[in-house]
Unconditional design. Structure first.
Ligand SMILES: Nc1ncnc2c1ncn2[C@@H]1O[C@H](COP(=O)(O)OP(=O)(O)OP(=O)(O)O)[C@@H](O)[C@H]1O
Ligand SMILES: [Mg+2]
Length: 246
């Protein structure tokens, strides 16, 4: 029986007077692949950033195994070691090799010794097909390769949950497939994932739960079949029709 890992409870976020998220409420169970879809500006990145504490929610809470991680006294570093994030623009350290990118968190956050960190990093680079590039610098890699390194770096921390913010949006079309293939494999292995994406085929085929956002609220959520085959809200129908035509 899967249990809640992340619970987003009545979360709101404003920047000044601009309300970006309103009463967003959903639950991610262990092993879920939750895809968040929605138009540009609907608040998807802000929601993910609130879940990872890169933004402080204005109201509401984010619970991790039932504990409010937005409460005073909770340790954001310890939480982020458990809930990793992969960004659209990779966010690799450009002055460091692929291997050093993947060992940095292990050494300085998890305090692993050099050899243990190297082994963990290598195992995860192998998993994403990037072991042959350990001595390369990010500038020598394609976008798809950089993103696979970023995924290996996040995986090396052995997170319980991985958050992805449009991981393929900055990639040339021919590189999208290699990154989605890695993510499909992780889903198959049971990793709990929250994925903001415009890749509707991925959302339809890989996710267990789909959240459709519009103007800072959850408009509709359900299984991929609910959302893609039997959408109830006219806004969802309209949003998805744009992808059918594309
Ligand atoms: N730091 C900030 N300060 C002020 N406004 C912000 C900030 N971050 C986001 N916003 C605003 O919040 C709204 C939602 O932005 P967000 O980036 O979360 O949307 P999104 O759904 O991720 O869009 P996209 O698909 O283009 O990535 C936008 O109107 C944006 O301008
Ligand atoms: Mg975004």
């Amino acid at each position: 029986m899967s249990e809640p890992v992340i619970e987003v409870r009545h979360l709101s976020k404003s920047f000044g007077t601009h309300v970006v998220l309103r009463d967003v409420d959903f639950t991610v169970n262990s092993g879920d692949v939750t895809c968040i879809i929605g138009a540009s500006g609907s608040g998807k990145s802000t929601l993910l950033r609130c879940i990872n504490l890169l933004e402080t929610p204005t109201n509401g809470a984010v619970l991790f195994h039932g504990k409010d991680i937005t409460a005073k006294g909770s340790d954001p570093c310890a939480y982020r070691a458990k809930v990793g994030m992969v960004f659209q623009s990779f966010n690799l350290f450009n002055n460091m090799t692929v291997l050093d990118n993947c060992t940095a968190g292990l050494r300085y956050v998890l305090h692993q010794d050099k050899e243990t960190a190297r082994k963990t990093a290598l195992a995860n680079l192998e998993k994403v097909g990037m072991a042959p590039y350990i001595h390369a610098k990010p500038r020598q890699l394609s976008g798809g390769q950089k993103q696979r390194v970023a995924i290996a770096r996040a995986l090396a921390m052995q997170p319980e949950v991985l958050l992805f913010d449009e991981p393929t949006s900055a990639l040339d079309p021919q590189m999208v497939g290699e990154v989605l293939a890695v993510m499909r494999q992780l889903a198959k292995e049971g990793l709990t994932m929250i994925v903001v994406t415009h890749e509707m085929a991925f959302a339809r085929d890989v996710s267990s739960h789909v959240v459709y956002m519009a103007d800072g609220v959850i408009c509709e959520e359900g299984t991929p079949a609910d959302i893609f085959e039997h959408p109830q809200n006219p806004k969802t129908v309209e949003f998805l029709s744009r992808f059918r035509q594309a």
